[in-house]
Design a protein around this ligand. Sequence first.
Ligand code: PRX
Length: 641
Amino acid sequence: MISTGTHSLQNGFNASEEFKKKALISDPGIYETAEDRLAFWAERAATLSWFKTWDTVLEWNPPFAKWFDGGKINAAYNCLDRHLEGSRADKKAIIFEGENGDTRELTYQELYDEVCKFANVLRTLGVKKGDVVTIYMPMIPEAVVAMLACARIGAPHSVVFGGFSPDALRDRINDAHSKIVITADGSYRRGKILPLKENVDEALQNVTTVEKVIIVNRTGLDINVCSERDFWYHDVMKDVSPVCPAEETDAEDILFILYTSGTTGKPKGVVHTTGGYLTGVATTHEYIFDIKDDDVYWCTADIGWITGHSYLVYGPLTNGTTVFMFEGTPDYPEKDRYWELVSKYGVTILYTAPTAIRTFMKWGQHYPEKHNLSSLRLLGSVGEPINPEAWMWYYNHIGGERCPIVDTWWQTETGMIMITPLPGITEMKPGSCTVPFPGIKAEILNRSGQPVAHDEVGYVAITEPWPAMLRTIYGDDKRYKDTYWGNWPGRYFAGDGAKVDGDGYFWIIGRVDDVINVSGHRIGTAEVESALVEHSAVAEAACIGKNHDVKGQAIAAFVTLREGYVASDILVQELKNHVAAKIGAIARPDEIHLTPELPKTRSGKIIRRILRDIAEGRPIGDTTTLADESAVIALQSIKNS
Ligand code: PRX
């Protein structure tokens, strides 16, 4: 019996005998084989196409790693060229459906042609190997083309999620010193159009490095086109040669930078390189999603996040998979859009986030029941802990009790999935991401680096380097060292709390740092706080993550006002809008409490635990470290109001 809510399960779930019989990985011996980690990863790397084989598998000078050093490889070549010999040339690489129902399909040959042409365009516009290209686009095939074109010429890309504000975009462009931005006129969002190009124009007002902007005409929105700087994609793609030899990049050349939130107000540019990253994402994608040649694979993540990079673009395309790509949202025009798409395109593998699953649960099972979901054979979950109830609902109502669920734990920094079931082998326990992938060493440690006992809560550590690991924070080796390797030298601190049960299964509890996970998206409390204090009315601000039924966590902010400002509902609304405008809609606080004082220690540190108690309606715990009890009395009155 499965008893949800406790971690002691008598029986987990197994894939059906039929699934197991056909599973790509059906021999548990893989874990033992991969104990020789370097041999395992070298053997996996050898399945990619290299211009020159590496000299060393791993050079590890903690915390700096070089994987497959001396090797020459190109990520776009692996995603495209090598599929063109033989039958995969005419295989669909991308099946796309837009928010409004428009569709497009690109075979591997067509995607290759488009990427080569666009790579030539970038070269003509002066983009050279090593130049960082910022991509700020909707979920349309041109976004994938742009990423792969950069990879083809060895120009690292920095994709910025299309929901981020002009300010957030500007900070990321400046940090990466980009000379070029690729965008679209607009992006469809629930029947409205988000003005992407207008945001770019606003961001560029405070940027000196950007010389060129390329714009895809997605929506027909009326936009400013600046004659010397701006180019339409469809114009520059005219009469361009579809022949563009792939740059022979070093295994350790940067493939991309992806900004993610940390504990300070400044997002971190996580650096991923080429050979190890591709080895990691291709292997995990193939083994965890049990990829077969006839699969139609759908990862619902936006290309602006790491899941979009690793499991919508680089993993699946390296494996020659047919990727389904969707521009819209699950509830537009109706709440059954996903299920309509699964049935329409015969999707076989669906990879989505717990927050989406909880939303579907709330909407009710009659939406999926309207559609034939029998093409599905495997489900995936990523981005936050999945509660056992949501796991069971996904299993029963989407998977028809026949699809294994791979609950995959990983991070922007890890680049690849790290802790996960292998669906043909691993018994699944709802709520547990199960065990480390073959060749990955993870443990739960206490602060001083000692392993904790079973069922005891500690911190997730990765104790050996892995091929897709981040190499540094762009331009900030010190922050890289301090953030991830400062706690336990030589071992990676993931920032998550977790425990391991008696079967060796991992149960992730959540972030232990000042990072809030809202609907699977990371937002730093410091980012929201610094946005708030930029408002003229705000003297001081403190944010916390508050448990939320659907989003996992929601942002609650506590704000003290400057002299002369009066608390009001209108001001609260204004502050919420201000944060959304400064960072993006995902960072809009659910709650803002205006208070005369914040609870602080004598040394002036805000005691967030007290704020969490207030926000979640719990009795306030220990207050002995408080400098001034009156702060709590003021907060109590908020709670009771
Ligand atoms: O807290 C963990 C949570 O998401 C964080 C990483 O966020 P990000 O870098 O944005 O990448 C998200 C997509 C890989 C982790 O520190 N997380 C991710 N997957 C899981 C998870 N928590 C529990 N279970 C998961 N499967």
